[in-house]
Structure formats: structure tokens, C-alpha cells
Design a protein around this ligand. Sequence first.
Ligand SMILES: Cc1cc2nc3c(=O)[nH]c(=O)nc-3n(C[C@H](O)[C@H](O)[C@H](O)COP(=O)(O)O)c2cc1C
Length: 339
Amino acid sequence: MRTQTRLDAAIVESLLAAAVAAPSIHNTQPWRFRLDPDSQVLEVHSAPERTLPLTDPMHRAQYLSVGAAVFNLRLAAVHQGRRPEVRLLPDPHEPGLLATVRLTGSLDADDQSSDPGLYEAIARRHTSRMPFTGRPVPEPIVAEMASAAHAAGARLHVPGITGTRRLLRLTAAAEARNRAHLDRTAETRTWITAPGADTPYGIPVTALGPPDAAARMPMRDFTCALPALRRPALWFERHVQVALLSTSHDRREDWLRAGQALQYVLLTATAHGLRTSLLHQAMEWPDLRAATDLPGHKRCHPHMLIRFGYGPDGGRTPRTPGQCPVRAAASPATDTETS
Ligand SMILES: Cc1cc2nc3c(=O)[nH]c(=O)nc-3n(C[C@H](O)[C@H](O)[C@H](O)COP(=O)(O)O)c2cc1C
């Protein structure tokens, strides 16, 4: 029988520091943590006040973000020499409880061989919306990224030139729709923050990228047509390297799994010195999301288009330090608790 570990404050702090470093849509950080003092289980809840009702009405992107945070929690537990036992959606009566993590004891020799480079990559990973050099990523690294997705229960497909063009065209179509949708642009704009703004959420303008001078790369335009926020255009890489992350089912637990797979892939890339950015726009329109699925593949539910390559680092985004109130006996989540 596995022993249960008491989570002292230092362990909880290190787990949460790793969790909140995860990527999240518009840097909404849509998670909250709580510790059940009896079971010593760390609970990961959704944060209903940090959702995007127009961009993400089904909360799919929120689940992806929380899944990425859960993956970081697992790595941090292993880094502490503890074995994490993760349950997704453990309680049907509490839909806002997205995952629980229980540390069940010490790792054995095999577990300890799990890649320490991934944990270190957590702090180094940042979204880079800058042009990349176009230098091809060696095949063994791409294969490792695909294995990472597979190990987390997802699939990573790296298309050839024609397939890449098709995915970028669909992303560009989604981006055009987003820009034309005034309420969506207004929603996005509320998550863009001025330099020096004292807010732990959202994306500072310094972390936004330039538009592509060749208008080929459909990066998300977070400036929402505000000329004051727009940077001068730069030339993006001609040969774009992208990968499509998908799962074979499309339930809520698959979205959480896809989020874990996303983070596994991003950290694998980071550990190899790659930069990454995310092109999620097509996933936000049901018809365009359906059109991104892989021709000839049954049961392919796409979740993210990942751009990867060599290039400059991205600008920093802020985080709210993870806090972990102790769960009062049988109390439901309240909106007054912070992340
Ligand atoms: C589900 C999801 C969707 C995202 N979509 C986009 C996107 O379309 N364009 C983009 O530039 N960044 C996108 N991001 C990246 C976030 O903006 C980024 O993770 C966040 O601002 C935190 O910054 P960091 O990744 O540098 O830590 C997405 C992230 C997630 C998890």
C-alpha cells in the first residue's frame, strides 16, 4: 500500500510556483488551488471569473490551460522526489473541480530517471511571438515532441508544406473573423495591459509581437486595431514549422489531457532550445476547427496549432503567485478565494 505524504508549506509553494508558470489563454490563469487538510490532496479548480465568454464559450481553452498547469504540478512533484497521483474531473457533483493531485510517497529508481530538463524548462518557457530564423528543427527533436504528446494521451501531427499552408490559411480565416467581431476584440483588449500596469493577469504590450511584413503568418492581433499598440512589421520565417495537437475524443477530460500534452510538448521543445508560440484562433470557430482535422484520420479532434523553431525569446508575462487556502469541511468553491 502506498503511503500518503503530508504536504508541508515549502512543498506546496514549489508545486504552485510551477503550476502557475503554465501558459493560459490571454494569460487569464483560470485556475485556483485548494488543499484538503484531511486527505492532503491538492485540488485544482476552474476560476469562473477569469473566463472568456465570447472567445471560449465552451471553456475548452480554459481546460487546456488548466491541463498545462496540472502537468507542471506533476513535474514539480517528481522534482521533489514525490510520486504524483492525478485524477481528472474526480467528482461529478463538483464540475468546477478539474483535477486532484495526491503525493503518494517516494519515487522509485525508475521514476527518478524522468527527465530533469523538463522541470528546468518550466521557468524558461515563454511564448515568443517574434519572427523565427527558419532554421529547420532536426527530426529527432520533432519526434521527441510527438512522443511527448503521445505519452500524455494526445497526438502531434507535423504537416508537410501543403498541410502547413492549409492550417495557416484556416488560422488566417479565423483571425479575420476575430478582428471583424467587435465584441470579441473588446473582450481580448481587456486582457492587454499597459507597460508598468500593476496587474498580475493579462498580456503586457511588451510581450506582443510585430505583424508579419509579408502578411503570411496569421499571428493573433492582440492590439485589436489600436494603432498606438501596433509594432512595426517584421519579416517572419518563410518556412513555418507547425504541429497540430489533437485527441481522439472530445470530452472535458480530453481537453484536460490535451492541455497536459500541450505543456509536455512545449517543455520538450524548450529543453532543446526551441521557441514556441500558439495559434489557437481556428479552434475558436467550430467550422474552422472541424476543417483543421487531419484528412484521412478518423476521430481527430484538434486543440492547438503550435509554431516552433529557433529565434528570440518572448517578452515576460506576469503571474499571480499560487495561493492554496485549506479546504473547509464540505464547503463549495467561493468566488472570494483567489487563485
Ligand atoms: C489555450 C491557449 C490558447 C492560446 N492562444 C494563443 C494565440 O492564439 N496566440 C498567441 O499569441 N498566444 C496564445 N496563447 C499563449 C498565451 O497568450 C500565453 O501562454 C500567456 O500570455 C502567458 O504567457 P507565456 O506563455 O509567455 O507564459 C494561448 C495559450 C493557451 C493555453
